[in-house]
Structures are given as structure tokens and as C-alpha cells.
Ligand binder design. Structure first.
Ligand SMILES: O=C(O)C1=C[C@@H](OP(=O)(O)O)[C@@H](O)[C@H](O)C1
Ligand SMILES: C=C(OP(=O)(O)O)C(=O)O
Length: 450
């Protein structure tokens, strides 16, 4: 059921050509970071293009609870008066991060080196996700955590009285772990070092530098070594949040599998640590072009043009690409189902611990729609039925997971029989305008009983 209300059952039906311009919302990862770093700067940070999805709104609320002044001034336009590095106040209420792994993990890091205590909780999905990956490195700084068995929320963190900087090699490829350690390092004296074997999204490093922290990234035999100098005075910034490539993935993929489609998705950030899906789609033979390639705010940006692509073929997705498209595997599996041949997706163990077990969630629903899916602990493979070849006709569980909900709705736009989901409510966590945006392109999406 939906985290923030009663379930919203929805159905997607075979649609005619999808056409037009899809203006997707701001980047979720960058929106969380803009609010958190704004709250740790001294003075006013102004943000435009902020994603006003539930995940980010929950982070805004949390920043207020830690003492920052956070105000919405217009659509996507926000002002944050920060309290300075180490200036967080002790919240007098439980911090509810809703459905957001990024929100709770980054905020835990940001408060862990300040001598305050905070208790965190979330919805049923978030409260089942692993947190030891965060509290283990935070303990090295001197923070203490007490949570449910298995390192689950609800959890109380007592921040370190006299934090010490750490050197930490992340055991899993995770930008959330890396970012939590860097944010904790902000209030530790000396240099905090994070080492990651595989490159994960680097928005924290970029934004910390933008706020005036000293951060350097070097490539070594161990992988990427990121060094942050602690206790900087963060200077408030003006931030224009780019549009989210993970949200762009949905209209792009919808156009690729829906006959006759031609959709433009403008201003999408193509940071190499995020753009793996688009590379993969092009390798599969998708008619996806980058129009008007340029740089904005130090990030590569382009308009994406996606056209119906009946000639897509299955491929093996290189495992070293996984981190750069980790949230896009559910929608990639929908493309794979419509391609010719088999798509192998190795090296994706992390998919098992997202808002849902995303391999299982997609495998169960795809099989119900007539697709053969094989899986192991850290891999899965989808046998394509070719363009227009997916039977559909099933009701799929979205499991409190926005990406699962949206992926099945996109699948249903080209299946022979309609595809339903039990709850479209989670979509609002990352893509609150999804239904309207897809409807405007011509997608036949409806709320059941409406
Ligand atoms: O740092 C971030 O903003 C995110 C990192 C990724 O999670 P992991 O760090 O768990 O891989 C990703 O799945 C999530 O949607 C956003
Ligand atoms: C995994 C995701 O988010 P989070 O970890 O922030 O809940 C996602 O948005 O796909």
C-alpha cells in the first residue's frame, strides 16, 4: 500500500504513438544534497529546480528539525538558511524519512559527528533496508547507533562528542555510503578518506567542492580515493538542479517500445556516473540521440530524442557499468522484454536491497506478463519477445517501490493485454508528475475505478 495514503491501483493499455516534449523534474540525488549542504552552510542557499517529490520533501522537513530554516518560495524554488558545519540542533521529534534511503543515510552521516541524538524511522520499505553499511563507518568516527535487529530502522544515533577522521573503503558500491562518510567527515578535524573500488555517482564530491570544502579525488590501485578536509566553513550557494536522468529513463523507454513514437526529453544531465542506461540502450540498437550537447554548471547536458525502435537486440550489460545505471535496471528489463534475444544483467546484487528486492519484483511481474526471466543472487536475464510480442494481462505488485510501479506502467503501453499495478502511490516519491506527463505524450494510463 502507498506510504502516504490508500493504495492507488492503476492500469496501462496499449497506446498509440507517444509524441511531444517531456519536461521531467529535478534530480533526486542532487535535490537531497542541495538541502543537506544548504543546511550545513552559513547563510542562505537558494535552489531552483528542486524535485518536489516526497523523498525530498521528507529531507526538507528533516533539515528543519535539525535547526535549518527551509522555505519553499515558488514551484521548485527553495531557500535554506544553514546552521554551519557542526551546528545541527538536537531534533525534538523522530525524523521520518518516509521511503528514502538517500535521505536517511545522508542525514545520519551529516549528524553523526555532532554531539546530539536523533531517532530515525521510515515506511515499511525503508525500515526493512540495511543500515549497518552506514552505522559501521559512523562508529569509526565515534558515533553510536542503536536500532532493530539486523541494523534496521527505527534507529537512534548518538553523534560523536570528539569525532576523529576516518579512512574507509566502502564494502559495497554505494554513493549513499560514500556520501554519509564524507558528510560525517565535515565535522571531524583533519582528513577523512573514502575509497571506492567502483565509481558511484559523484554529486556529493562535486557539491561539497561547490560549497567551498576541500575535496580531491585520485585514482589509485585501490580505486577512487576521495579525501575531504574537515571543518570547513561551507559558503551558501545558488544551485540550479538539473533534470533527473533516472526519471528521463521512463518517457525515453516508453517511446522506444511504443509504435510510432517520437519524444524529446530536454535538459538531461549526462554525468558519466549516471548515464549508463542511455549507453546501454544505444548498444541495444535504440534510436536514441543526444541533441544540443552542452555543459551546464560543470555537468554534461543534452536533450534526449527517443523514437520507436523495433530493432533492439538483447545484450550482456557490462557489470562495471552497473553503478552508473543502478536505478534503471527495472525499466531496462522492460526494454529487454521488448527486444529480440536475451539480455544478461550481471553484477547487480545491490538491486536486492533497494526500496524492494528489484530483481524479484520485476521477475515475478514480468513472468506473469508472459516473459521468461532467470535470476541468481547477483544477476538476472530476460528473454525478449520482440517488438509488440509481450502478452501482458497481469496485475503486478509495486511493493512500495516507485521504480517498479513506473516500470510496469510503461510495460503496459505496448503489451497485447493491459498491465495493472496494485499501487501507483509510490511514484510520487521521485516523479510526482509522471501520470500527467505520460498522459500528455499520449500514454493510456488510468487510475482504476476513476
Ligand atoms: O546517493 C544517491 O543519491 C543514490 C545512490 C544509489 O543508492 P546506493 O548508494 O545504495 O547505491 C541510488 O540507488 C539511489 O537512488 C540514490
Ligand atoms: C534506490 C532509490 O532511492 P533511495 O535509495 O534513495 O530510496 C531509487 O530512487 O531508485
Amino acid at each position: 500500500m502507498s506510504a502516504h495514503g490508500t493504495p492507488i491501483p492503476m492500469t496501462a493499455r496499449k497506446s498509440g504513438p507517444l509524441t511531444g516534449v517531456a519536461e521531467v523534474p529535478g534530480d533526486k540525488s542532487i535535490s537531497h544534497r542541495a538541502l543537506i549542504l544548504g543546511a550545513l552552510a552559513v547563510g542562505e542557499t537558494r535552489i531552483t529546480g528542486l524535485l518536489e517529490g516526497q523523498d525530498v520533501l521528507d529531507t526538507a522537513r528533516a533539515m528543519r528539525a535539525f535547526g535549518a530554516e527551509v522555505t519553499q518560495e515558488g514551484p521548485g524554488a527553495w531557500s535554506v538558511y544553514g546552521v554551519g558545519t557542526g551546528g545541527f540542533a538536537e531534533p525534538d521529534q523522530v525524523i521520518d524519512c518516509g521511503n528514502s534511503g538517500t535521505g536517511v543515510r545522508l542525514i545520519m552521516g551529516a549528524m553523526a559527528t555532532t554531539p546530539i541524538t536523533a531517532t530515525f524511522t521510515g515506511d515499511a520499505s525503508l525500515n526493512s533496508r540495511p543500515m549497518a553499511r552506514i552505522t559501521d563507518p559512523l562508529a569509526l568516527f565515534g558515533a553510536q547507533a542503536m536500532g532493530r535487529a539486523g541494523g534496521r530502522l527505527p534507529m537512534t544515533i548518538r553523534g560523536a562528542e570528539s569525532p576523529i577522521p576516518v579512512r574507509y573503503a566502502t564494502p559495497v558500491p554505494s554513493a549513499q555510503v560514500k556520501s554519509a562518510v564524507l558528510l560525517a567527515g565535515l565535522n571531524a578535524p583533519g582528513e577523512t578518506v573514502v575509497i571506492e573500488r567502483e565509481a558511484t555517482r559523484d554529486h556529493s564530491e562535486r557539491m561539497l567542492a561547490g560549497f567551498g570544502a576541500t575535496v580531491r579525488t585520485e585514482q589509485s590501485d585501490e580505486g577512487r580515493v576521495i579525501t575531504l578536509t574537515g571543518q570547513p566553513e561551507l559558503k551558501p550557494q545558488t544551485i540550479a538542479v538539473p533534470r533527473d536522468p533516472s526519471s528521463a529513463a521512463f518517457p525515453v523507454c516508453a517511446a522506444l517500445i511504443t509504435e510510432g513514437s517520437d519524444v524529446l526529453v530536454p535538459n538531461i544531465g549526462l554525468n558519466p556516473t549516471r548515464a549508463g542506461l542511455f549507453t546501454t540502450l544505444r548498444e541495444m540498437g535504440a534510436d536514441l540521440t543526444y541533441v544540443n550537447e552542452r555543459e551546464e554548471g560543470g555537468e554534461p547536458v543534452a536533450d534526449l530524442r527517443a523514437r520507436y525502435s523495433p530493432d533492439m537486440r538483447g545484450i550482456e550489460v557490462p557489470p562495471e557499468r552497473a553503478a552508473s545505471m543502478i536505478d534503471e535496471y527495472p525499466i531496462l528489463s522492460v526494454i529487454a522484454a521488448n527486444a529480440t534475444g536475451r539480455t544478461d544483467m550481471p553484477g547487480v546484487r545491490e538491486l536486492r536491497v533497494k526500496e524492494s528486492d528489484r530483481i524479484d519484483a520485476m521477475a515475478v511481474g514480468l513472468r506473469a506478463c508472459g516473459i521468461t526471466v532467470e535470476e541468481g543472487e547477483d544477476w538476472w536475464a530476460v528473454e525478449g519477445r520482440g517488438p509488440g510480442g509481450v502478452p501482458g494481462g497481469a496485475r503486478c505488485a509495486s511493493r512500495l517501490d516507485h521504480r517498479i510501479a513506473m516500470s510496469f506502467l510503461i510495460l503496459g503501453l505496448s503489451t497485447r493485454e493491459a498491465v495493472s499495478i496494485d499501487d501507483g502511490g509510490p511514484v510520487a516519491t521521485s516523479f510526482p508528475i509522471f501520470e500527467r506527463l505520460m498522459g500528455d505524450l499520449g500514454a493510456k494510463l488510468e487510475r482504476d475505478g476513476a
